[in-house]
Write a protein that binds this ligand. Structure first.
Ligand code: NAD
Ligand code: IPM
Ligand code: MN
Length: 357
């Protein structure tokens, strides 16, 4: 019986639609297991710019600091995507939140539900049994270095920077996770070209002897992009820099069937933030067809990691599994054989998961 305060930050686009379903599931878990969850909500991204001019208003950040955990949706709006000159942008709110909360480790589990073997564009025999845990570094790299223009705006630059300390703290998290899994760690970099990657590899090599039970391999990011599709089962835990991790996990979402299936946990110094890896998906916003399972599975990560509620978290994952076994799908994970009446909208899919709890 615990009392916890959860901040709901839906953000923009389908963030609004899917986060509502994640919250519904948290509510049901509280009732079922006798916990008290209190909620508040806050603005971020385009929604916050419209209301306050700031993509991460001080009041939102303050609420985040005070909460026991944050369930986050997505940020983004086509208006900014198509206007490279915009100075204030929704994504700045997300990046500032990560920096201010010290969320240096982004865990992105890539786990295929067996029922979705056919939903992926990869052959079932290549996919079956794939289970990867990405550790994406989240507060460094080219995202946070100095950026700007010179030569009257005709030259642009973004500086990628990593300190030994930053690499070591994410690496240790990944090594520790590998110990609880299949004891394999793949560190991904571009050390044949990039200096931050050479530091990255140096740090991994230096601390690896402290984890003799973990088998370490180094892969270049370009080869990794290929290996993920060729043989996803060869990976257990993967640790990589911010930009490489961003790109590789969108690619890896196809191992799980869809972007709409991939949850994430951002953890570090303070409040943990739980969010789908997908964005605000302008192309389907307002249609009620977004897959809410990434948000629901993010809620499961929240229960496990921030609240230590493993049984509650497992109950959510099991409920999702049962819904998929019963044949229900959202459009993104349906295939040619899915009967029309089994293809559900966002809220109806959330309701099916609820019904299993
Ligand atoms: P996206 O992840 O929003 O969408 C990519 C594709 O996947 C789209 O076709 C979309 O319809 C589909 N998709 C994503 N989530 C889905 C779901 N739950 N169910 C079904 N289909 C889903 O990426 P994008 O289109 O490149 O970017 C759109 C906006 O989102 C941009 O403004 C971008 O900056 C922002 N973005 C935000 C985040 C975040 O907040 N964490 C992440 C990625 C992109
Ligand atoms: C993500 C997104 C963000 C990132 C963008 C919107 C800043 O793609 O959460 O994966 O690149 O980290
Ligand atoms: Mn991304």
């Amino acid at each position: 019986m615990a009392t916890k305060h959860i901040l709901i930050v839906p953000g923009d686009g389908i963030g609004q639609e899917v986060t509502a379903e994640g919250k519904k599931i948290l509510d049901r878990i509280a009732a079922k297991f006798g916990h008290t969850f209190t909620y508040d909500d806050a603005l971020v991204g385009h929604a916050a710019i419209e209301a306050t001019g700031d993509p991460l208003p001080a009041v939102t950040l303050e609420k985040m600091h005070k909460a026991d955990a944050v369930l986050f949706g997505a940020v983004g709006h086509p208006k900014y995507d198509n206007d490279p000159s915009a100075k204030v942008r929704p994504e700045q709110g997300l990046l500032k939140m990560r920096k201010e909360l010290g969320l240096y480790a982004n865990l992105r589990p890539i786990k295929l539900f067996d029922e979705l073997l056919e939903a992926s564009s990869i052959k079932p025999e290549i996919l079956r049994g794939a289970d990867i845990l990405f550790f994406r570094e989240l507060t460094g790299d080219i995202y946070f270095g100095e950026k700007g223009r010179k030569n009257n705006g005709d030259t642009a630059f973004d500086i990628a920077e990593y300190s030994r300390f930053e690499v070591e703290r994410i690496a240790r998290k990944a090594f520790e996770a590998a110990r609880t899994r299949r004891k394999k760690l793949c560190s991904v970099d571009k050390a044949n070209v990039i200096e931050t990657s050479r530091l990255w590899r140096e740090v991994i090599q230096k601390i690896a002897p402290e984890y003799p039970d973990v088998e370490v391999e180094h892969q270049f990011v370009d080869a990794t992009a290929m290996l993920l599709i060729k043989d996803p089962k060869r990976f257990d835990v993967v640790v990589t820099a911010n930009l490489f991790g961003d790109i590789l996990t969108d690619e890896a979402s196809q191992i799980a069937g869809s972007m709409g299936m991939l949850a994430s946990a951002s953890i570090g110094d303070g409040t943990g933030v739980y969010e789908p890896i997908h964005g605000s998906a302008h192309d389907i916003t307002g249609k009620g067809v977004a897959n809410p399972l990434a948000s629901i599975l993010s809620a499961a990560l929240l229960l496990d990691i921030s609240f230590g509620m493993k049984a509650e978290s497992d109950a959510v994952i099991e409920a999702v599994d049962k819904v998929l076994k019963a044949g229900f799908r959202t459009g993104d994970i349906a295939d040619a054989k899915t009967p029309k009446d089994k293809i559900l909208g966002t809220a109806a899919m959330g309701d099916q998961v609820l019904a299993q709890l």
